[in-house]
Design a protein around this ligand. Structure first.
Ligand code: AQP
Length: 331
């Protein structure tokens, strides 16, 4: 079977709707067909200033959310990045074949450092995509399910894999991105031309899956639309309405055409009510399921330990090959 691998950062208490529709939903589906590896990149979580206690808790919360959303620990390897030292070790080797200019072109770093200024951005934030390449290449997956925002980082991963394979000897699988076009980018409800992100200036356009359903409904109802009245999918001219339609279509399976017919002659209020109901129905039971997993810390610990053992087995074999090929003495 082919392998799929992906990660989700433990940088807030709750995953948001973009994380779910852009990534985690695909992770669940891929378990049927692929040998799947899903991990919590907590080492990425210290590239910006952070609270250690919150990071530790959020790492466990993230595992509980994955389980509650349908990632099955019997079919998927669920692991925590920092427990596998090979991630940091491979990062060093890969940084030595990454060009400084190449790393400087990563738009996510440019965007994030533009916000805070390069002086207050860490070198870790700068080398983040190289750590991400190591995260992926260690497990030799064929596919990496991610949202659109990760496309450029994945391209760097592919370039580094090819470069290493050519310069030394074929070692890495060159992975393909797996990006589901309809939901690859969910937009901020208040600013529907920007991606939904937990680090947006305001939370008003963010749907956190573990928020109080009342808050979720309220945010949908105050989503920005436009001054027309017609409900149709038109990303360019009607980004807010299109975003709501995307969400409804993702949850119900209805096509855009079917939705446009459904809303013919109806107002934005109706669309918002429907989307709010869908999200309330989805998130209300989720919170309870997450809490159940969190209550049994022994079981969560067991799942994390099991993932760590399996992940390490694979990562250590790849790193041994890499060390051999670059001319390091056996560890
Ligand atoms: N808005 C989005 N639409 C679709 N997919 C998205 N992803 C993130 N935002 C959207 C996808 O979710 C996965 C996990 O991403 P991450 O670990 O980068 O999560 P995050 O840090 O919580 O993402 P944010 O909110 O975008 O954080 P910022 O902006 O602070 O870095 C990935 O597959 C990602 O593509």
């Amino acid at each position: 079977r082919q392998r799929a691998l992906s990660g989700i950062q433990p940088t807030s208490d709750s995953f948001h709707l973009g994380n779910y529709l852009g990534a985690v939903r695909q992770w669940v589906a891929l378990q049927d067909e692929f040998e799947t590896f899903y991990f919590i990149p907590n080492m990425h979580g210290i590239t910006t200033p952070h609270d250690p206690k919150a990071l530790r808790e959020r790492t466990v919360f993230a595992v509980a959310q994955l389980l509650a959303l349908g990632v099955d620990p019997e079919r998927s390897t669920i692991f925590v990045q920092s427990q596998i030292p090979e991630h940091a070790e491979l990062t060093w080797v890969l940084s030595c074949i990454t060009g400084f200019g190449e790393a400087s072109r990563m738009t996510q770093f440019k965007d994030k450092s533009a916000k805070n200024g390069t002086d207050s951005s860490s070198v870790g934030l700068f080398t983040y995509p190289i750590l991400m390449a190591a995260d992926i290449l260690l497990y030799r997956p064929q596919v990496v399910p991610v949202g659109e925002d990760q496309r450029q980082h994945l391209e760097l991963t592919r370039n580094l894999a090819q470069r290493f394979n050519t310069r030394f000897k074929k070692t890495f699988v060159v992975p393909e991105p797996y990006i589901v076009s309809g939901t690859a980018k969910i937009y901020d409800l208040q600013n529907p031309t920007a991606k939904m992100s937990k680090s947006a200036e305001s939370d008003a356009g963010l749907i956190s899956l573990l928020d109080d359903p009342k808050v979720i409904a309220k945010r949908v109802k105050s989503a920005v639309t436009d001054t027309e009245r017609e409900i149709r999918f038109d990303r360019e001219n009607k980004p807010g309405v299109s975003n709501l339609l995307t969400i409804e279509s993702a949850f119900t399976g209805a096509t855009m055409e079917q939705l446009e017919t459904k809303y013919e002659g109806k107002g934005y209020g109706e669309l918002k009510t429907d989307v709010a109901d869908i999200l309330v129905d989805f998130t209300t039971p989720l919170r309870g399921r997450v809490d159940e997993y969190l209550e049994d810390r022994t079981e969560l610990g067991r799942i994390i330990a099991q993932g760590r053992e399996h992940a390490r087995e694979i990562a250590s074999r790849t790193l041994a090959d890499v060390y051999d090929r670059v001319g390091f003495l056996a560890p």
